[in-house]
Design a protein around this ligand. Structure first.
Ligand SMILES: Nc1nc(=O)c2c([nH]1)NC[C@@H]1CN(c3ccc(C(=O)N[C@@H](CCC(=O)O)C(=O)O)cc3)CN21
Ligand SMILES: CC(C)C(=O)C(=O)O
Ligand SMILES: [Mg+2]
Length: 287
């Protein structure tokens, strides 16, 4: 097996687990490589290539077939977070706090985050919101909970926004999003996910804050990129957002495998000799 190519936050040293500080200090170095994961085997497959694995609340849509992330619960995030941590040896695992588990107060956010850290063993939590979440981010980071921020397009606000359209097209909205970035960075977030904003705004935010920006639908000028794994693997069957590049066709690989299996079963070609448990032969039994 060939040696693994060092990722950006390792500085070329042997593979060490990625930490919150190594992510924070990665700004200005190689881009941060981030993907979502919801299960142990997917985490095992992605771990080596990635700096950060996000257990996104997008699992509600991707795994559970919900039509938004709003109904996702803390129980779901805890179960999938623990599964991903079991499959990750290298990448930092971050778990999304779901809608309704942190917006009410810093105290509520701390309760939810503490539960997620304790039950999953993940390294940090992510929460959506800019300036309005600054007090909460400060409360958590002062109490031992590392926070990844998420600004720009915030899917948990889909009911207030009326859809998933890109943000920051108007100058006033762009200014507000830059102010959000400053506020969450000042409050102690170790990095910021910037989702669905016009490209020049993503570049401006990246210049403005001292922590890394991780873009999704936001431009290559961010300090890192994240995508939903099933989107970039071609493992979903619905609409795929414009910002996704498809690196594989896993959905069709599964469809074809199911067809081949069906043909073998119907033709009694499966199972074959090598799949059968034999009874001991009389000779073996006599020894
Ligand atoms: N599979 C999946 N991928 C994601 O990136 C993702 C989720 N689910 N669920 C949670 C949020 C929701 N996100 C989304 C969902 C849809 C669009 C989308 O369809 N956007 C349209 C443009 C919409 C408009 O301009 O009105 C697009 O075609 O890109 C974008 C982001 C990003 N997140
Ligand atoms: C798309 C990423 C940033 C996310 O929040 C999620 O997967 O839930
Ligand atoms: Mg999310």
């Amino acid at each position: 097996m060939s040696a693994r190519r060092p990722t950006s936050v390792e500085g070329g040293k042997a593979s060490k687990p990625v930490t919150v500080s190594s992510i924070r200090n990665a700004k200005g170095r190689e881009p941060l490589v981030c993907l979502t994961a919801y299960t142990t085997p997917v985490a095992q497959a992605l771990d080596e290539a990635c700096d950060l694995l996000l257990v996104g609340d997008s699992l509600g849509m991707v795994v559970y077939g919900l039509d938004s992330t709003i109904p996702v619960t803390l129980d779901m995030m805890s179960a999938h977070g623990a599964a991903v941590v079991r499959g990750a040896r290298h990448a930092l695992v971050v778990v999304d706090l779901p809608f309704g588990s942190y917006q009410e107060s810093p105290g509520q956010a701390f309760q939810s985050a503490a539960r997620i850290l304790a039950e999953t063993g993940c390294g940090a939590v992510k929460l959506e919101g800019g300036a309005v979440m600054a007090e909460t981010i400060n409360f958590l980071t002062q109490r031992g909970v590392p926070v990844l921020s998420h600004i720009g397009l915030q899917p948990q606000s889909v009911n207030a926004l009326g859809g998933y359209a890109a943000r920051g097209k108007q100058a006033a909205e762009a200014e507000a999003i830059v102010a959000d970035a400053r506020a969450v960075a000042d409050a102690g977030a170790f990095a910021i996910v910037v989702e669905g904003v016009v490209a020049p705004l993503a570049a401006r935010i990246t210049e403005t804050v001292r922590v890394p920006t991780i873009g999704i639908g936001a431009s290559a000028e961010c300090d890192g990129q994240i995508l939903v794994t099933e989107d970039m693997m071609g493992a979903t069957f619905g609409h795929v957002p414009k910002f996704v590049r498809k690196y594989a066709d896993v959905g069709n690989v599964m469809r074809e495998a199911a067809k081949a299996y069906a043909e073998d079963v119907r033709a009694r070609r499966f199972p074959a000799e090598e799949h059968l448990y034999g009874v001991p032969s009389p000779k073996v039994a006599a020894v």
